[in-house]
Design a protein around this ligand. Structure first.
Ligand code: ATP
Ligand code: MG
Length: 570
């Protein structure tokens, strides 16, 4: 490709609203263009990268027997009503009405559509197992679209679905998929981890996410330094707490006028935050519930939702909390709450003895409370988020916390959709059996941004070879003044293209510094420079994007040498 004919819309300006490197660099390199909130055009440069990711994803999906299909982006509401998700999915689902007043949505995911297809088409259990996949545009009306294509509203996903007669077959395909995902992210040259995950709105029991490790990642991952335990902190388990060997002391009410935080409470009472049990009022779907966690712990809303069997759990507004308890914020506690108000105590808070908590009246707290003696017998569950430095739930090791970008998610759904939508197949005894199902997503467009988060410097992007839009940049210096430079560049360009090296020849009439800056910004992994001075010596200049220095290559044999270097890593 000649740069003079390619829309290289690079820019020096740092876009004001771009908070992270990949967003800034994708805009500055002219890979993407913003149309509206969470809506982006993939310009030719960006699309070349996106298509490289797609190619590797396709190869690995085909490699485990996946069959590609393409489903409609617009889906009838009836299917979502059947699965029960029309009401559950909430405002992230973009709902559309057609000219006849019929309701549709723009698909955020395709479990309903593929289940409908299979319930119509499948004839016999002998056709199972089956794995389908597509690479297609999804729409999710994200509450906070940001970071460019990293969290867009319209984005490209590879979604795969597998169907099985039984659980064992589902498990086998899930493991194949897990292997294919590892190969995909490895081939793309990314530093990634599979982590145990929550199933969220998709549903099902077993699920793992694939995370690209990056400081800018929105997810926190707990990983053991000793064993392979790795889990999203939404779900990472706590080690069971040891009982405190303290003799119970008599409980006492203390005045604590005006305190608002756990820290203030601990200071006023001369205790540590760990000796406080804090009360958090949440709305579990529409029901208020009081949750108790240790004063130095964070409530984990995902765990709370699981423990309460609720679809969603959120912190109650101050008025909702007051309506439920009759107590002003900061002074709620486990002694004497209204009858019938649901409560749940985190395991670690439940192991506390002689703890302090609100007295259920303004400006008073208890000290030396003990569960059961001073309160109703506690119902307990895992409700806290693990912290860096605490013990691994699996082994004697210690957990540390890193940040990651979720680029893939695999689920064993079981019969969730086949039961709600009546998708059955005749088994070997001629009886109807519900299909077992798995689903597997990769955020293809997010992968591009995630790769940049891991691979950039102050000059721009540094593509891992398999994702690079071009393998080699050819920069000719002042070719418009030097026929010798122009001819040599043209000859090398043609010969390298013919040898299968994808080149971007910067043949523009621009200053060398401008060309170097652009080639670095857009992240082409290798560059040659052809200029008068080198040609006098019979050489051209070569440099890898990660190398500190250039080297001189003899012009003689340069095509072979460069072809080999491009093949070595890519
Ligand atoms: P997140 O927690 O980041 O919102 P999710 O759990 O909702 O992701 P899934 O439903 O598992 O995502 O979708 C499969 C994949 O699609 C994700 O692993 C992610 O890579 C990608 N993805 C999800 N939402 C977006 C988005 N708004 N923009 C870009 N990619 C996305
Ligand atoms: Mg999401």
């Amino acid at each position: 490709m000649r740069a003079s004919r390619f829309p290289l819309f690079t820019s020096k300006e740092t876009p004001a609203d771009a908070e992270i490197a990949s967003h800034r660099l994708m805009l500055r390199a002219g890979m993407i263009g913003r149309l509206g909130a969470g809506l982006y055009t993939w310009q030719p440069l960006g699309l070349r990268v996106l298509q490289r990711v797609e190619r590797i994803v396709r190869e690995e999906m085909d490699g485990i027997g996946g069959m590609e299909l393409l489903m409609p982006a617009v889906q009838p509401a009836e299917l979502w009503q059947e699965s029960g998700r029309w009401d559950l999915y909430g405002p992230e689902l973009l709902r559309i009405t057609d000219r006849h007043g019929r309701e549709f949505c723009f698909g955020p995911t395709h479990e309903e559509v593929i289940t409908d297809l299979l319930r119509r088409e499948l004839r016999s259990y002998r056709q199972l197992p089956l794995t389908y996949y597509q690479i297609q545009t999804k729409f999710r009306d994200e509450i906070r679209p940001r970071f460019g294509v990293m969290r867009a509203r319209e984005f490209l996903m590879k979604d795969a679905y597998s169907f099985h007669l039984d659980e064992a077959s589902l498990e086998a395909t899930y493991q194949d998929m897990r292997g294919a995902y590892s190969r995909i992210f490895q081939r793309l040259g990314l530093d990634f981890r599979p982590v145990k995950a929550d199933s969220g709105a998709i549903g099902g029991s077993v699920s793992e996410e694939f995370h690209v490790l990056a400081e800018s990642g929105e997810d926190e991952i707990a990983a053991c330094e000793r064993c392979d335990y790795t889990a999203n902190t939404e779900l990472a388990a706590s080690r069971p707490p040891l009982p405190e060997p303290q003799a119970p002391r008599p409980a006492e009410e203390k005045p604590t006028p005006g305190i608002e935080t756990v820290a203030e409470q601990a200071e006023m009472l001369g205790i540590t935050a760990a000796q406080v049990v804090k009360s958090v009022v949440v709305m579990a779907d529409d029901e208020p519930v009081v949750l108790f966690v240790a004063g130095d712990d964070e409530l984990n809303e995902v765990k709370a939702a699981h423990a309460l069997g609720a679809e969603t759990v959120r912190l109650a507004e101050p008025e909702e909390a007051f309506d439920a308890t009759g107590v002003p914020r900061g002074f709620i506690g486990p002694v004497g709450l209204p009858q019938g108000l649901r409560t749940l105590v985190d395991h670690r808070a439940a192991a506390a003895t002689n703890f302090s908590s609100g007295a259920n009246r303004a400006d008073w707290h208890w000290v030396n409370l003990n569960w059961g003696r001073d309160t109703p017998a506690p119902q307990t569950a895992e409700l806290r988020t693990v912290r860096a430095g605490e013990g691994c739930p699996r082994c004697e090791g210690t957990l540390h916390i890193t940040r990651g970008i979720e680029v893939g998610h695999i689920f064993q759904l079981g019969t969730k959709y086949s039961e709600s939508m009546g998708a059955t197949v005749l088994d070997e005894h001629g009886r109807d059996a519900f299909l077992h199902m798995g689903c597997y997503g990769i955020g293809v467009s997010r992968v591009v941004a995630a790769a940049i988060e891991q691979n950039h410097d102050e000059h721009g992007i540094i593509w891992p070879d398999p994702m690079a839009p071009f393998q080699l940049a050819i920069v000719s210096i002042n070719a418009h003044k030097s026929p010798r430079v122009a001819e040599t560049a043209e000859r090398l360009y043609r010969a390298l293209q013919a040898a299968g090296v994808e080149c971007l020849w910067d043949d523009r009439e621009a200053r060398p510094g401008v060309k170097f800056a652009d080639m670095e910004l857009i992240g082409i992994p290798r560059r040659i420079v052809i200029g008068e001075r080198g040609l006098d010596e019979g050489t051209i200049e070569y440099r890898h994007r990660r190398a500190a220095e250039s080297e001189n290559l003899p012009l003689e044999g340069a095509v072979e040498a460069l072809t080999q270097r491009c093949a070595e890593t890519g």
